[in-house]
Design a binder for this molecule. Sequence first.
Ligand SMILES: NC(=O)c1ccc[n+]([C@@H]2O[C@H](COP(=O)([O-])OP(=O)(O)OC[C@H]3O[C@@H](n4cnc5c(N)ncnc54)[C@H](OP(=O)(O)O)[C@@H]3O)[C@@H](O)[C@H]2O)c1
Length: 227
Amino acid sequence: MSRIIVFGAGGRAGRAVTGEALSRGHEVTAAVRNPDAHRTLERPGVTLVRGDVTAPGEVSSLAPGHDAAVHAVSPFSGPEADFSTLDPEFFVKSADALLAGLEAAEAPSLLLVGLFANLVTPDGVPVMDDPGLFPEHIRPFALAHTAGLERLRAAGAGVRWLMLTPPAALDPDGPRTGRYAFGGETLVDAPLSYADLAVAIVDEIESPTRRGRVSVFTPAAEAGRTT
Ligand SMILES: NC(=O)c1ccc[n+]([C@@H]2O[C@H](COP(=O)([O-])OP(=O)(O)OC[C@H]3O[C@@H](n4cnc5c(N)ncnc54)[C@H](OP(=O)(O)O)[C@@H]3O)[C@@H](O)[C@H]2O)c1
C-alpha cells in the first residue's frame, strides 16, 4: 500500500487516478483548491485537503508522509477557454513547488499528466506548430505546459519524475481496458481514456519502469491504427 497525494483530485484526471489508486488499496490525499466544492471525493481511503499546487508552502507542508505525488492540475478545462488570464509560468511554478516539496519530504516520485501539444508529428514538427492538429488560440496553454516540462528537464535527480503525455483524444467517458502503451516524443493517433491513463499512472507508482517524458496511448490492437 502506498500513500499518494493527488493535486487536482477533483478534475477528470485527478478523479480517475484517485479511483484507480483506491481500487488497488492505496491511500489517497486528495488536494484541491476548495475542499467544500469537492466533498463527493470523501470516502474511506481518501483524505480531502486544501492544496494549491503552485504554492510552495502548501505543497511542502502536504508532501511529507507520501510515497508519490500526482500532478493532475489544469488551470483551464476546455478548448473554448479564454487563455488571456493564463499565467504563462503556471506549470513552471507547479514544477518548482513539487520538486522542492517532494525532495524535502524524501518522497521522490512525481507523476504528471502532460499535453499532446509538445509532442512532435512523425515529420518532427511540434504538434503545437501544426494548426491542423492544434488550434492556434490554445497556443499560450501549450507554451505554458512546455515551460513546465523544460523546468522538469532542467531539474536535478533528487525527484524521479515521469510525465505521461496523452494523445490528442483523451476520453473522459471511455472504458477502463487496463491496457496502454508507452512511446517517446512522437504523437500517436490512438485515443486513450482517462481511466486507462490512470491505470498507467498507478502502475508506474507501484512498479516504476520509466522516467522523464513519455507518450501514452491505446495499444494498436485496440486503437486500430497508430502512426
Ligand atoms: N490530450 C491531452 O494532451 C490532454 C487532454 C486533457 C487534459 N490534459 C492535461 O491533463 C491534465 C489534467 O487535465 P484534466 O482534463 O483532468 O483537467 P480538469 O478536468 O479541468 O481538472 C483540472 C483540475 O485542476 C484543478 N486546479 C486548477 N488550478 C489548481 C491549482 N493551482 N492547484 C490545485 N488544483 C488546481 C481544478 O480545480 P478546481 O476544481 O478548484 O477548479 C480542477 O479540478 C492537465 O495538465 C491537462 O493539460 C491533456
